[in-house]
Design a protein. Structure first.
Length: 327
């Protein structure tokens, strides 16, 4: 066999092997998943992250034909669970439900990952609105009158907060309004609200769901929503933005993500399946009942959104002189 013929055969064989490899790679992604998928919740069971994760896990298990296992990995405001995903294999078999804490942590914590690169976002699922309310110790009926008291008594209007997201939300109000509120930290939303009701503190910015029974009973008075849009659960309550605190938005948003470098075909498949589920009337009804608002954003939008959220909450932490971990 001549040299030219040998080279032609070698070239054809190499092309065939290359084509076979490419064709072999495609089915692996097209057939995803071929084994169980893990969906990490970086918080304890029972919260909105956990409930959402279990809803999505059940749906994906039915639709994709493989079990999606919810794995709670709480600690450090979500950092421990997020780090697992950040260091995971880029194959779509490790997912995570993240919330606003993801964008707040860089402002106050020393992280084992770069928050701008730690995960590949699949989509934003929605957000949970907050409400500014006051108790009986402060006889005010509007945001304007609350600010008037704060102006006349600097540092004497006390906000009870659970810390974490609610601490940031309250600090944002202090920054944007220019009033010197006194922020007192509690170990949870429930005890913080109980002390507002009991008169030990004056006001709170808290999620709608735990606040709603006390608002309906008259033990708390809603002054404003803490989001840019009014809530369907309290449609008559204006937003802080409407009432003059321009740009105020403290939504505890929720998103699903996976390990960085996951093939686009897998991300697109997850986006399609989860997006259809979140948009369904039944899911919208259930999520609204949990105090949430479905708000879908794709991977590209999420990259821009996260960068803006990190910058926003970092500025809040600096303005509020929040302590930062150094080691």
């Amino acid at each position: 066999m001549g040299y030219v013929r040998v080279m032609q055969l070698a070239s054809m064989l190499a092309a065939a092997m290359s084509s076979g490899a490419a064709q072999g790679a495609a089915p692996a992604e097209a057939n995803y998943p071929t084994r169980p998928v893990r969906l990490i919740v970086p918080f304890t069971p029972g919260g909105t992250n956990d409930i959402l994760a279990r809803m999505i896990a059940n749906h994906l298990s039915d639709r994709l034909g493989k079990t999606v296992i919810v794995d709670n990995r709480p600690g450090a405001d979500g950092v421990i669970g997020t780090d697992i995903v950040a260091k995971g294999n880029p194959d779509g078999y490790t997912l995570i439900i993240l919330s606003a804490a993801y964008a707040m942590n860089p402002a106050v914590r020393k992280l084992p990952y770069d928050p701008n690169k730690a995960v590949d976002f699949v989509m934003k699922l929605g957000a949970g609105p907050t409400v500014l309310s006051v108790g009986p110790a402060l006889q005010v009926d509007s945001v304007k009158s609350l600010f008037a008291v704060a102006k006349s008594k600097p540092g004497q209007v006390i906000f009870g907060t659970s810390g974490g997201f609610q601490y940031f939300a309250t600090a944002l109000l202090r920054t944007l309004s220019g009033h010197d509120f006194n922020i007192v930290l509690y170990k949870g939303t429930f005890p913080a609200l109980i002390d507002v009701i009991g008169g030990q503190t004056h006001a709170s910015i808290a999620p709608v769901v735990p606040s709603l029974p006390h608002l309906k009973s008259g033990k708390l008075r809603a002054l404003a929503m803490g989001t840019l849009k009014r809530s369907s659960m309290l449609p008559e309550v204006a937003t802080l933005d409407e009432l003059g605190v321009s740009g105020y938005d403290a939504s505890n948003w929720y998103t699903i993500a996976t390990s960085p470098g996951t093939p686009q075909a897998i991300v697109s498949k997850l986006y399609s399946e989860i997006g259809a589920y979140m948009r369904s009337p039944e899911t919208v009804r259930v999520f609204t009942g949990m105090g949430g608002e479905v708000d879908i954003k794709g991977p590209e939008e999420m990259r821009t959104f996260i960068a803006a959220e990190i910058a926003k909450w970092t500025k809040v932490a600096i303005d509020a002189k929040m302590p930062r971990e150094v080691n």
